[in-house]
Design a protein around this ligand. Structure first.
Ligand SMILES: Cc1cc2nc3c(=O)[nH]c(=O)nc-3n(C[C@H](O)[C@H](O)[C@H](O)COP(=O)(O)OP(=O)(O)OC[C@H]3O[C@@H](n4cnc5c(N)ncnc54)[C@H](O)[C@@H]3O)c2cc1C
Length: 430
């Protein structure tokens, strides 16, 4: 019997496995996929994620396989473009001054391999179908099926659900709760030949959805578009044609995609709003998307998955060292997650409201554009190094949404031209 069985070998499972295996515990990771595998994602990691990658010893390998981002550009429905930089003058310093954008095939395979190197055993192509419980309801293992159709029950002292958004562990333990809002789906693809992709991740908010665009290295651009669920039927007819038509119908994107070609097929995913009531159950712990899904707009899921791995490993090691105190250790884990991620859940909700209401998005983008300090702080929060509470303060929210805009408001430009002129701070209002 292993000390810990981890269901899912994505960033959350790999991080948890790495942290536990290097403490000397016996760990087995089960994943239904064979790695490298793709994952629909906008593929941007916050600058603070680099601390976790560095701790795992994979930062330089990943650095050379992806691209570095100086910050984020947001274009609102009325064409206002605002830019926030990670390397800014607000006094909060990130671990790395740039974010990393990298294809998930590469990122996830490198992380899982690293967990293997420090001693975790990894069983690929083994799907978990259920959790096994003893007479008192305590989780004591999982039921699995391999690619040849052979069923097998595996036992462990603790089971970790790191199996993503539609976690079978969270569902079987009745911990998951689908959120009613926002109900959205996404189309994700890689392209070659997109024009003017600079050193900033781009978010283009439109009245009928939004799209993220970023360089992921080697001449490849990742494109992740999000639409309301009400368009699901239309999209299902031909998702590639739908995405290409949608991009071509935006004048500011049309010319940039004119000579672009698909590098990978368009993948659809969603709906994705979900949140767990708690992230623990006797004998089991949830981590990553299985516990809470972050809205793709703020792009923080990978950092939360990696950081969640650190937090969960600490809890699990404590519970295994002192099984009578498991309940206390698990309560402390739930509390630590709230402390670590709670304020960001609020920021995420506020951003989702703004994205859904074009006048609010326009107003906020104009405020961010006229005072780049506001933009840098917000991008620092999504970059995981500025405390989320900083942008929930009444003075910040008033400046963003209520106060009159500066008369020196800069004119709007295209996102691509903004990305290629990193001297923005020269125009910063006093
Ligand atoms: C459109 C979109 C864009 C996004 N953009 C970003 C972004 O730019 N930046 C960012 O940080 N985050 C982004 N995210 C979120 C990010 O993708 C997730 O937060 C992240 O992948 C969570 O990692 P995880 O390890 O928890 O789950 P996953 O990466 O989903 O890994 C779960 C693993 O579990 C395995 N699994 C699932 N079920 C089973 C089972 N029954 N048995 C065995 N194995 C199983 C899967 O094969 C998979 O390997 C985006 C998400 C979407 C949908």
């Amino acid at each position: 019997m292993d000390d810990v069985l981890i269901v899912g070998g994505g960033p959350a499972g790999a991080s948890t496995a790495f942290q536990l295996a290097r403490r000397g515990l016996t760990v087995r990771v089960l994943d239904r996929a064979r790695f490298p595998r793709s994952k629909p994602c906008a593929e941007c990691l916050s600058p603070q994620a680099s601390r976790l990658l560095s701790d795992m010893g994979v930062l330089s390998e990943l650095d050379s396989a992806g691209a570095r981002l100086r910050g984020m550009l947001v274009r609102s429905p009325d064409g206002t473009v605002a830019r926030g930089d990670y390397d800014a003058t607000h006094g909060f310093r990130p671990f790395a001054t740039r974010g990393l954008s990298i294809r998930r095939e590469r990122l996830d395979a490198v992380l899982l391999e690293r967990a293997r190197e420090v001693g975790a055993r990894v069983d690929e192509r083994r799907r978990v179908t259920d959790v096994a419980r003893d007479a008192r309801g305590r989780v004591e293992g999982v039921a699995t099926i391999d690619e040849g159709g052979t069923h097998r029950e595996l036992r462990a002292r603790i089971v970790v659900g790191a199996d993503g958004l539609r976690s079978v562990v969270a569902r079987r333990l009745r911990l998951a709760r689908a959120s009613r809002w926002p109900q959205r789906l996404s189309l994700v693809a890689h392209y070659h030949g997109v024009a003017d992709v600079g050193e900033y991740g781009e978010m283009h908010i439109e009245r009928d959805g939004f799209v993220g665009i970023a360089d992921v290295g080697c001449g490849v651009t990742t494109v992740a578009a999000v639409f309301p669920m009400s368009r699901a039927r239309e999209i299902s007819i031909d998702r590639t044609a739908f995405l290409d038509r949608w991009l071509a119908s935006r004048p500011h994107l049309r010319s940039r995609f004119m000579h672009a070609t698909h590098a990978t097929p368009v993948v659809a995913t969603g709906p994705f709003a979900s949140r767990a009531r708690r992230a623990t159950h006797p004998g089991a712990v949830l981590v990553g998307d299985a516990a809470d899904f972050y809205d793709p707009f703020t792009g923080e899921g990978i950092y939360s998955a990696l950081r969640g791995g650190e937090l969960s490993a600490e809890t699990i090691a404590e519970a295994l060292a002192n099984p009578r105190r498991e309940r206390d250790a698990f309560d402390a884990y739930d509390a630590a997650r709230k402390r670590e991620f709670g304020a960001k859940w609020w920021v995420e909700t506020l951003i989702a409201c703004g994205v859904a209401l074009p006048p609010v998005a326009n107003r906020a983008a104009r405020a961010l554009r006229s005072d780049p300090r506001l933009a840098d702080l917000l991008v620092g929060v999504t970059g995981d190094f500025v405390p989320a509470r900083r942008v929930l303060r009444p003075d910040y929210l008033a400046a963003l949404l209520l106060l009159p805009l500066s008369s020196r408001q800069a004119p709007t430009t295209s996102a691509s031209s903004e990305a290629s002129h990193p001297s923005r701070h020269a125009n910063r209002p006093e």
